[in-house]
Write a protein of this length. Sequence first.
Length: 333
Amino acid sequence: MEVILHIGMGKTGTSSIQKALEQNAVALRRQGVDYLGMWFDMLDPDFGGLSGQTAFFGSPPQEMRAHAHHFSVVLAERQRTDGCSRFVLSNEDIYGQVSAMLPFVEELRRHVRLRLVAYVRDPHEWLPSAYSQWSIFHKTYAGPVRSFAEMARQQVKIYSGFQLWGEAAPDLLTVRPYLRQKNVVEDFSEVLGIALAPPPERQQARVTADEAALRIFYNTRLPGETLPWIFDEAFEGLDFQAAPVLEDVVARMLDYRETDRIVDEARPLFDYLRTRFGIDFPSAHAEIEPPPDPEALRRRLTEHLLQIVMHQADRITALETAVAALQAAPGKP
């Protein structure tokens, strides 16, 4: 029996690998591979989900060894009933839990053939991605959003996990490079020697710069850790990627310089007006309005937005005053 623990690191295509494993679960079982998911909830339902994961990682060393033995027993029973002899569990948070997981790994390897698989990404790519994920999209600390330079100097230390795992389990660990030019799901398939179709869409793509800026402004106002759904809920129904780009609006909707060509293409219509009714509109007589300058338009729109905000502030104040008066009215509890 073989157990493969895909341990991360985060922001190296782990979500794509997990999605592919989930979507190909039936095909994998035909190959003798059982995908276990992300959690160790087969040991205890309380170990499922993020809160359960915290409880699992918090188990003392002796309990971790007991969990590993129980894990091997559970998988042996699944092998007996389902026929799969290879098991895959994928959880990127294992990477950062070396001291907690080491007793589990040491005990588990006594019962099964064990492999640890991790991916490493060029820090020039990984640090901006990690900052976007864990400082902007999900603010994982209290206080305002911190600068990239401050957070990156902390986050770069995460690479020390490879040294810790490499020294603790050198014969178990396979480290692969995460490369832009190669699909990570295809690489993972090759490492494990399995057929695994990649998901049709990229998982957890980084937010665009404009949305990141909005999240920075919003999350900075909140004192504690800010999960992504808090921002999403506040702006529910808004698709920021669907917002028109001002330069595109100008080029496609406010640029009338094609008028002469369009009129020429419909020349027979105007020839009829001229010959039948004696009405002529010579193109040389027309003066076509030039398109607006996008930057000037942007500045003017900003001024309009300020006016709108002030107007809305007055309306909100009036509503608050009215609600306070109703609440203070006689007969109100």
